[in-house]
Design a protein around this ligand. Structure first.
Ligand code: T5A
Length: 203
């Protein structure tokens, strides 16, 4: 028996981290073994990459893409792959589609080229379901307001987030069987209900 892999995606501040925790808890309540991971991170290498890639030092778009891909390859090998093989459900706060939307679309590297770079590190370990939390970037920025620190990518402002949002819409058009857009507007419970309806309706 293999597990089920669900990834949550969206622009910065769309509510992914909050909804990932709520989804993991709801799946546990239904009796599933659940692992919750975040990207970049989830392994010692991944956390070190997170510090570098979200830190203040400038880097080229391809350097950024390779760093995210390296962290992802380690997370798949050490954590997600073994968990799926053991029958565990995995809820991921970001996965490959973040790289497709941010580096492939918004940075202009190309969705196909970024997918190709990530392919060897991921193999066949792809999500069974990807939920993109869809919200106007301005509303997501408002949600993040008052949190204090801003990382390098968040600090680039709303124009980048608009391009990311368009990138996610393109990803959803390309992979309609796997990727579902879910409105992230409304209360936490309203968004959670939409997420659960999508999980139950598609898996
Ligand atoms: N990145 C990442 C790439 O460019 N390429 C990649 O391949 C990968 C993996 C990651 C950054 O790296 C980039 C994308 C990112 O810029 P991060 O710290 O993980 O950095 O950044 P985010 O994923 O954007 O995390 P955030 O915490 O900023 O946003 P979330 O997770 O979308 O939102 P969340 O849940 O923390 O909520 C934000 C705030 O809104 C409130 C929450 O309480 C919180 O205060 N909120 C709501 N308020 C009202 N109504 C709701 N429905 C709400 N939902 C949440």
């Amino acid at each position: 028996m293999t597990g089920t892999f669900i990834s949550l995606e969206g622009v910065d501040g769309s509510g992914k981290s909050t909804q990932a925790v709520m989804l993991a808890d709801a799946l546990r309540d239904r009796g599933h073994e659940v692992m919750h991971v975040r990207e970049p991170g989830g392994t010692p290498l991944g956390e070190a990459v997170r510090d570098v890639v979200l830190g203040p030092d400038a880097m080229t778009p391809w350097a950024e893409a390779f760093l995210f891909a390296a962290a992802r390859a380690q997370l798949v090998a050490d954590v997600i792959g073994p968990a799926i093989d053991a029958g565990t459900w995995v809820v991921a706060d970001r996965f490959l589609d973040s790289s497709l939307a941010y580096q492939g679309a918004a940075r202009g590297l190309g969705i196909d080229r970024v997918a190709a770079v990530n392919g060897p590190g991921i193999g066949d370990c792809m999500p069974d379901l990807t939920i993109i939390l869809d919200i106007p970037p301005g509303a997501a920025t408002d949600r993040r307001a008052g949190r204090g620190s801003v990382d390098r990518i968040e600090g680039e402002g709303e124009a980048l987030q608009e391009s990311v949002a368009e990138g996610y819409r393109e990803v959803a058009r390309r992979y309609p069987d796997r990727v579902h857009l879910v409105s992230a507007e409304g209360t936490l419970d309203e968004v959670h209900a939409r997420v659960m309806a999508t999980v139950v309706g598609t898996l």
